[in-house]
Design a protein around this ligand. Structure first.
Ligand code: AMP
Ligand code: MG
Length: 534
């Protein structure tokens, strides 16, 4: 018998198997009432999502659904909206909010925790993989401090699309299964300038092997709860890093820290490759798995500017600007090292691992640069200077980073001319004679360097097109989708998701999604300027 769609979905929901190891193996807060508090001696608190008034599914990732053994096609979405909007708990789910702390903008901020995130449980899929489901924006928890536990459509839509876009770009990231409107309004003061206004509320269901952050360890260190920190670290290694052998404790912990460092370095190199600026790299927003996590006031570089940050809340110091991300990652790792120091008892080995970050990052960045240029490998004596001059050129006039690299593959190196690059310039008049001469000189140097590799042109082009995306979630595209969705038309969510699922393909007919930022978006809030208000 063929089941009708809704019944088939119900059957798939009923077949999900939950095994909530985080909650089962780590200590719970004994208090079960939902009020704001400091939670000591526990890793999480039990808390139920707040039901949404009229949940409506407006975004669904078929790939994440498949990971979870859920239908790629959500049908009318009604029962999925009930579950992933927080209204209905499935058998086996055990909703919890976890306790973490963090350094925000360089300062210790004490307990933060899942103030608007609620883990529903850990699914073990038919392939034996384990995925934690987490609702973001499903109401207050003991960690909500002075805020409401909710999220608005604009920030949720950005998180939903960007997580999936990053995944398809090959950047390590948490995933997003669904985007659900709650049917309720949430008041936000977008620019923090005394103009609060109601906005549609929404909930995203995020998915990751785990959501453990640097801050989960930092809060326990700050509270001198060394034994619980040891328990959390043993748990983390057993569940998220099972390949780490069973040498003595200190060796295992150092091996773990070394792997967190390596994964973080690789993640940042990917951000730099695709032009992603996280915007709020506080230690509570750093995953120990090296996944990009917490999509807030992030942005994509349009014109190449290492000093750019989308986050207006960080405008004065630009701590989290594009070019500073590797250094901030290392600083964050230092905070993690400080946290776990009591488990190691020696500073030198931790310092050695930290010292390795710069080397690991530099190596990753060099390979990435070589790949972006279609070179077989990075040869320092040639490529150091070649890359330096290229990035200087990109910064010299307003140049779209994504278009420049994508179109560089189209330049005929036997007869270099800059025509294919023209599309990448925001202000063509800036390209004076001196710039043109410099670019021409660089193109011939580049051509000679490619010749040295002796690869056929198609190989160079294929190599470049595999790492230089044509489609990224440009800030203005997300804003267009938000404008439409806020007006009741959710079609652009699916349209963008479809394009962003294949970011390295040319996708003829989808040119409008590859275009550089239009002038109207240059200074528009939501496009080039974002605040933490979400
Ligand atoms: P973020 O800057 O988004 O990483 O958030 C920092 C901390 O503030 C985390 O503990 C969040 O859970 C909490 N938080 C952010 N927004 C809200 C909100 N609307 N309600 C409750 N907690 C929030
Ligand atoms: Mg956060």
């Amino acid at each position: 018998m063929i089941l009708a769609q809704p019944d088939a979905i119900e059957a798939q929901l009923a077949a999900l198997r939950f095994d909530n190891r985080f909650a089962d193996e780590l200590p719970a807060d004994p208090e079960q009432a939902n009020f704001r508090r400091q939670v000591a001696g526990a890793c999480y608190s039990l808390v139920k999502p707040t039901p949404a008034k009229r949940p409506k599914l407006i975004g669904w990732s078929p790939e994440v659904a498949t990971l979870l053994d859920l239908p790629a096609d959500p049908g009318d979405g009604d029962s999925l909206a009930e579950v992933f909007g927080g209204n209905r708990l499935l058998p086996g789910m055990l909703p919890v909010a976890t306790c973490y702390g963090g350094h925000q903008f360089g300062h210790w901020a004490g307990q933060l925790g899942d103030g608007r995130a609620i883990n529903l449980g850990e699914i073990v899929n038919t392939r034996g993989e384990r995925w934690t489901l987490q609702l973001k924006g499903a109401g207050p928890t003991p960690y909500s401090r002075t805020a409401d536990g909710l999220a608005v459509l604009r920030s949720s839509l950005r998180e939903f699309l960007c997580s999936e876009s990053m995944f398809h770009l090959g950047v390590p990231t948490t995933r997003a299964l669904s985007l659900v409107l709650t049917g309720e309004e949430v008041v936000r003061d977008i620019l923090y300038d005394g103009h609060p206004a109601p906005e549609p509320g929404a909930v995203v269901c995020r998915v990751a092997p785990s959501f453990t952050r640097f801050g989960h360890f930092e809060i326990l260190a700050a509270r001198h709860d060394v034994e619980l920190m040891r328990q959390l670290l043993d748990f983390t290694i057993a569940t998220d890093f099972p390949h780490i052998g069973d040498a003595d404790q200190k060796t295992r912990y150092l091996e773990w820290f070394d792997e967190v460092t390596a994964r973080t370095a690789d993640m940042i190199a990917h951000w730099m490759r695709v032009g992603f600026v996280h915007g709020v790299m506080n230690t509570d927003n750093m995953s120990v798995l090296g996944l990009t996590i917490d999509y807030g006031p992030y942005g994509w570089l349009e014109d190449y500017d290492p000093d750019w940050t989308p986050n207006t809340t960080d405008a004065s110091t630009r701590r989290y600007r594009f070019g500073q991300q590797p250094a901030v990652a290392q600083w964050n790792l230092l905070q993690l090292a400080n946290a776990i120091y009591p488990l190691i008892g020696e500073a030198d080995p931790l310092n050695d691992v930290l010292g390795g970050f710069a080397k690991r990052y530099a190596e990753a960045a060099r390979s990435m640069t070589a790949a972006k240029l279609g070179l077989v490998r990075f040869i320092p004596e040639h490529d150091e200077a070649l890359a330096a001059e290229l990035f200087a050129l990109l910064g010299a006039v307003e140049t779209d980073m994504t278009l420049f690299f994508r179109n560089l593959a189209k330049v005929d190196l036997d007869n270099p001319a800059s025509e294919p690059l023209e599309e990448a310039y925001y202000q063509p008049a800036q390209r004076n004679a001196a710039y043109r001469e410099r670019l021409a000189a660089w193109l011939s140097d580049y051509g000679r360097r490619v010749q040295l590799d002796g690869c056929p042109n198609e190989v160079r082009v294929a190599r470049m097109n595999a790492v230089n995306p044509r489609f990224v979630l440009r800030n203005y595209l997300a804003q267009l989708a938000i404008d439409k969705a806020e007006a009741g038309d959710h079609s652009m969510v699916g349209e963008l998701l479809a394009v962003l699922r294949d970011p390295y393909a040319d996708q003829p007919g989808q040119e409008t999604f590859a275009g550089k930022r239009p002038d109207w978006a240059r200074h528009r809030p939501g496009c080039s300027m974002l605040s933490c208000s979400s």
